[in-house]
Design a protein around this ligand. Structure first.
Ligand SMILES: Cc1cc2nc3c(=O)[nH]c(=O)nc-3n(C[C@H](O)[C@H](O)[C@H](O)COP(=O)(O)OP(=O)(O)OC[C@H]3O[C@@H](n4cnc5c(N)ncnc54)[C@H](O)[C@@H]3O)c2cc1C
Ligand code: SF4
Ligand code: SF4
Length: 1023
């Protein structure tokens, strides 16, 4: 059976590609589709990947607005003979979400929950709805949930879950996605739209009689089923996680001729799902988590079945290698201590209608186990917080096992095979032996309660020999799991990676049945071809492969320690988890949270950089405008460095890219205005009144902002009449016999917010310290990184290290009040100067104020007030906020740490002329509303200069720095400033009085400006 192009499930040839990539296809799509139609190189590069080892560049991408749009897109593709690949979040691990096709991405607009019917226990959703968006709502309102919860539950879509027949920890309660689907609204490649469900034989007969395309399909399905019924009954394995192959068993009369469930798990190879009626099941509101420690994961696996008898709602396993990997990477250091003794663990979750009931359910199992000779070590967690910490260990399995220092890279490939839960222990032993035969390393963990085992394996995917070994291993692993009566895939699907081995599991006849099944729905053979049935070979279309040879740049400014100094490896770090597409929590990724564009996610950016080095779709290397566009809306907030499970560090990659992108070109004006703020501020200190007058006089302000490429929507922060350093020099130090500490006078808190640094002096002196403030002009150069001015940044670092070396050689600590500067000392500095011993000392000895005070056991004054706390994104990613939290607790402050992510201003980014709207939208997600909603006398607390500025310019509140809050307690006692008043009225960041050098020095301003201009020119050349 071949189509008009003589093609069946295979790659199109070049001629066919050229035809399909034609303007006619694009033009008609643009005419018919109201959503977005993108055939540009950047989009195609970004969509060439899912989370697997595969890479195929699509013709283009359609982002439909609604069902009609999706139907129109498919119809146009049919007319032009273009293959179609539906796509959700693209987190698949077997290559099923990459294809040389037109991608129909439903995840941006088709996110509507159409109906929730709690009485009958179902919901209708569009395919782009994220699983948690439905379940969070139904759990909160009705204690109902959609049970399958993939580890990607916060961003994976229903379309994708249906495509892959996804499962999760709580599938133990109610099965796979196929067990939780009632009806599907679908469109076929030929444009036929229909709703399919579960039918009695009579109903099916009725549909057949009614005729039409649907009747014909139902008749063909019934005939197919009847012809293969015996084979299906004998070869389909009866295990909870049979996900491989098509669900032909669902068509058997005893299963109710369930056409909807038969379509689940077909990986986009039959039809595009436009809507789904899914089952909602009761979700016990209380949970207790029991951890059982066994000598090894094998023993843990041996006990799975008996534990299932106690009715857990989740039963997961982890082995000692996973813990080893986490320890090597310093992941979850304190959480790992919560695990009981052992070398393999079962995480057994019990549910109940109340806390007592879930506790009692867990206790029953503990009572039964404790008298036994082989009783495991046990630890019960009834508190949600502690349980979440343990779940965090399990959920970070993939991140922990991808790039293990010294152990090489680990990849998917055999990452979700499944056996009967009775056989987990033995299967794990045999699988480990197989790894050993191939000299492969892997941690074993996963859904032991349903016999599904996860692992990333140290395959060599870059040499011919390595690829052959991988293929041989897959053959043997497939034989092994089939010998256990298991399934090649227990939740991720077959895609291209495992499809080749399906005959081992199903035999020749059922493979023919699969072929006919596909043919019934997709006689053109154009839905996601080359996957599941008649697949492209496992070793084709690889992301790496024996010919992988990225164009690594010659000169790098950063050392990429996690990637052995390789920029190419850094751009490949992304394992596609998709957490950067979480729009509800964390810092990563603020631009995606607002635009919901793949290219504005960390993942999209990592992939386009990877593509840039490949030089195929993106051909202009570091001069590529496509790459620039994807990176332009990156706020360099470092959210990804902190939140991404494999620490993709886009801010660093962006700086490296921009340095090369701008080589020989002028940067935008804002790069010189904002990137060199430290120089302008130094000039302004000689005439602050003049500078403030200019930036606050409406016409002048606008002129200056326009000339500087700065948005006119923003106020320019005024310069202090007296800088912090001048103030300190005039005032002199106290506690002359006290232990010394260096207070770093960063650009922002020296020239713009000196009251913050003054408060820090008072706090440190309250602790008995002798404060040292270096008087030479120093700056960590933070803004320079945002514009790729890396030569200049290097000069600044050199100067900084030289100036502070005498102190840190003595072991004197350097305290920074600006979190982004501390982050530069701790992150960029060692990355840029990895071999400089003084730089290392400086990195080790630089602390935030809170870190220093906690380390020194400072007893802060009590302050019985309420506060909302916004952490600076750089600090969260590199330093963390635990010291701040400890300090506030010591003070007795009733604080709430906001999950507010990046403030949206991100240094100077939100000042750039074209970023204002997005900057404000990011701020409006959480931070600005929280500040507005705070009661008048609640302290709004934020240490970052940009965070404070964003709140001050976007609300009628102005955050205080931790130093100012401690000072408030020192000044006013336990109660703080008068109740009912905004506390910040008593603690300005800047006072515009005090001595100013204007009159004396105004004559020098012209000369200084001229000097500055010369310096600027010099630096422009250098940068
Ligand atoms: C770190 C990590 C952890 C994971 N953990 C789990 C886990 O615990 N359990 C689990 O089951 N899976 C897991 N997965 C795999 C993956 O996240 C799930 O399969 C998920 O449900 C896929 O959703 P998606 O929106 O990303 O789908 P996509 O990858 O976009 O699509 C998946 C398949 O569905 C098809 N498809 C998408 N939309 C439609 C549509 N509208 N109509 C028809 N077909 C469509 C696609 O063509 C593709 O074949 C994990 C993946 C990663 C990277
Ligand atoms: S960037 Fe990080 S979070 Fe985003 S998909 Fe890649 S690995 Fe996952
Ligand atoms: S640095 Fe921030 S904005 Fe940029 S990719 Fe990472 S999380 Fe997104």
């Amino acid at each position: 059976m071949t189509d008009v192009l003589g093609n069946r499930g295979k790659q199109l040839n070049d001629h066919q590609r050229a035809n399909l990539n034609s303007l006619a296809l694009q033009a008609e799509l643009r005419e018919r589709v109201r959503g977005e139609v993108r055939f540009d190189a950047g989009t195609r590069a970004i969509y060439a990947h899912d989370s697997s080892n595969y890479r195929q560049t699509p013709f283009g991408v359609v982002i439909p607005r609604d069902e009609d749009d999706a139907v129109a897109a498919v119809e146009v593709c049919k007319k032009h003979g273009a293959p179609v690949m539906p796509r959700g979040c693209g987190t698949s691990l077997s290559g099923e979400t990459t294809n040389v096709a037109v991608v129909v991405d439903t995840s941006k607009y088709m996110r509507e929950i159409l109906e929730i019917n709690p009485d009958e226990g179902y919901a209708w959703v569009q395919p782009g709805v994220v699983r948690d968006d439905l379940s969070n709502r139904t759990e909160a309102e009705y204690n109902l949930t959609f049970a399958p919860d993939t580890s990607t539950h916060g961003w994976a879509t229903f379309g994708g879950m249906i495509g892959n027949n996804s499962c999760g920890v709580h599938s133990v309660m109610a099965g796979r996605t196929s067990d939780n689907v009632y009806e599907l609204d679908i469109v076929l490649y030929d444009g036929t739209r229909m709703t399919v469900g579960c039918h009695t034989e009579e109903e099916a007969g009725q549909i057949i009689q009614e005729g039409g395309r649907k009747g014909k399909i139902y008749k063909q399905l019934r005939d197919l089923r009847d012809r293969y019924a015996d084979e299906i009954r004998s070869r389909y394995v009866d295990i909870p996680r049979r996900v491989s192959g098509y669900n032909l068993d669902e068509l058997l009369p005893e299963k109710g001729f369930n056409v909807a469930r038969a379509i689940v798990g077909t990986e986009g190879t039959l039809a595009t799902v436009l809507g789904a009626k899914v089952r909602l099941v009761h979700s016990p509101p209380s949970r207790s988590l029991l951890i059982l420690g066994y000598p090894s994961a094998y023993e843990a696996g041996d006990h799975v079945s008996e534990i299932l008898e106690y009715g857990p709602v989740g039963l997961e396993g982890i082995d000692t290698n996973l813990i080893r990997d986490m320890k090597m990477q310093n992941m979850h250091p304190s959480d790992l201590k919560l695990l009981p003794e052992g070398g393999g663990w079962l995480l057994v979750e019990f549910g109940g209608e109340n806390d007592q009931e879930s506790h009692d359910n867990a206790q029953k199992l503990m009572d039964a186990l404790e008298d036994r000779d082989d009783a495991p070590d046990m630890q019960l967690f009834d508190e949600i917080d502690e349980a979440e910490r343990i779940w965090g260990i399990r959920e970070d399995g993939l991140g922990a096992t991808a790039y293990i220092p010294g152990e090489g890279d680990h990849w998917p490939g055999w990452e979700d095979s499944a056996v009967h839960p009775d056989k987990v222990g033995d299967y794990l032993r045999d699988l480990r032996d197989l790894f050993d035969n191939y000299d492969y390393d892997a941690a074993l963990y996963g859904h032991f309660g349903e016999g599904c085992i996860h692992c990333r394996i140290s395959f060599d995917l870059k040499s011919a020999e390595g690829l052959k070994n991988w293929h041989d291993f897959m053959e043997e692993a497939a034989d092994l799991v089939v010998s256990y009566g298991g399934s090649l895939s227990g939740e991720h699907g077959d895609g291209q990676q495992r499809a080749e081995f399906l005959p081992k599991m199903y035999g020749k006849d059922l493979m023919q049945a699969f072929r006919e099944f596909k043919q019934i729905w997709d006689p053109d053979w154009k839905m996601n071809p080359g996957k599941v049935i008649d697949p492209n070979p496992m070793l084709s279309d690889l992301r790496l492969g024996a010919d992988y040879n990225p164009r690594n740049p010659d000169r790098l400014y950063f050392s990429y320690p996690q990637d052995a100094g390789s920029f190419a490896h850094a751009t490949m770090r992304c394992v596609g988890v998709g957490k950067c597409r979480d729009v509800d929590s964390g810092t990563m990724c603020p631009s995606y949270m607002v635009t919901k564009e793949e290219e504005h996610s960390t993942r999209g950016r990592a992939r386009i950089l990877h593509e840039m080095l490949r030089g195929e779709t993106i051909q202009n290397g570091f001069k590529s405008d496509e790459v620039f566009e994807a990176l332009d809306l990156c706020l360099s907030c470092k959210g990804c460095k902190g939140d991404c499970p494999v620490n993709v560090d886009m801010a660093t990659y962006k700086a490296e890219f921009l340095k090369k992108y701008y080589k020989g070109r002028l940067r935008p004006r804002y790069a010189y205005t904002m990137g060199l703020i430290m120089l302008h501020a130094r000039l302004a200190q000689y005439a602050p009144k003049l500078a403030n007058w200019a930036t606050s006089t409406p016409e002048l302000k606008e002129m200056i902002q326009k000339a500087g490429g700065i948005t006119t929507e923003r106020q320019m922060p005024p310069f202090a009449h007296q800088t912090f350093k001048a103030w300190f020099e005039e005032r002199g130090p106290r506690n002359l016999d006290g232990p010394p500490v260096v207070l770093f006078p960063d650009t922002f808190n020296n020239y713009l917010h000196p009251e913050t640094t003054k408060a820090a002096v008072e706090v440190l002196e309250d602790g008995g310290y002798r404060v040292i403030v270096p008087q030479q002009p120093l700056c960590c150069g933070r803004p320079l990184f945002d514009y790729g001015m890396l030569d200049t940044a290097q000069v600044f670092f050199d100067r900084l290290v030289k100036a502070l070396a005498p102190y840190v050689r003595e072991g004197i600590k350097v305290v920074g009040v600006e979190p982004s500067c501390v982050a530069a000392f701790r992150d960029e500095l060692p990355n840029m100067m990895p071999h400089d011993e003084d730089a290392k000392r400086l990195t080790r000895n630089t602390l935030t104020l809170s870190e220093f005070l906690i380390e020194e056991d400072y007893e802060p004054p009590k302050l019985e007030r309420k506060a909302i706390v916004h952490g600076h994104c750089h600090q969260e990613a590199t330093v963390g906020l635990s010291a701040e939290q400890q300090l506030y607790e010591k003070m007795g402050l009733g604080y709430e740490l906001l999950d507010s992510g990046c403030c949206g201003l991100a240094g100077s980014w939100g000042f750039e002329e074209d970023k204002y709207d997005l900057s404000m939208q990011i701020g409006e997600r959480r931070l600005l509303p929280a500040a507005r909603d705070a009661e008048a006398d609640t302290i709004v607390l934020a240490d970052g200069f940009s965070c404070k500025t964003q709140v001050a310019q976007g609300t009628d509140r102005r955050p205080l720095h931790t130093a100012q809050v401690i000072k408030m307690a020192l000044d006013h006692g336990t109660g703080g400033t008068p109740r009912g008043e905004n506390p910040e009225t008593h603690y300005p960041d800047i006072t515009l009085d005090g001595p100013s050098p204007d009159l004396k020095t105004v004559a020098l301003v012209g000369g200084a400006l001229a000097g500055g201009a010369l310096l600027w020119r010099f630096l422009r050349k250098a940068a």
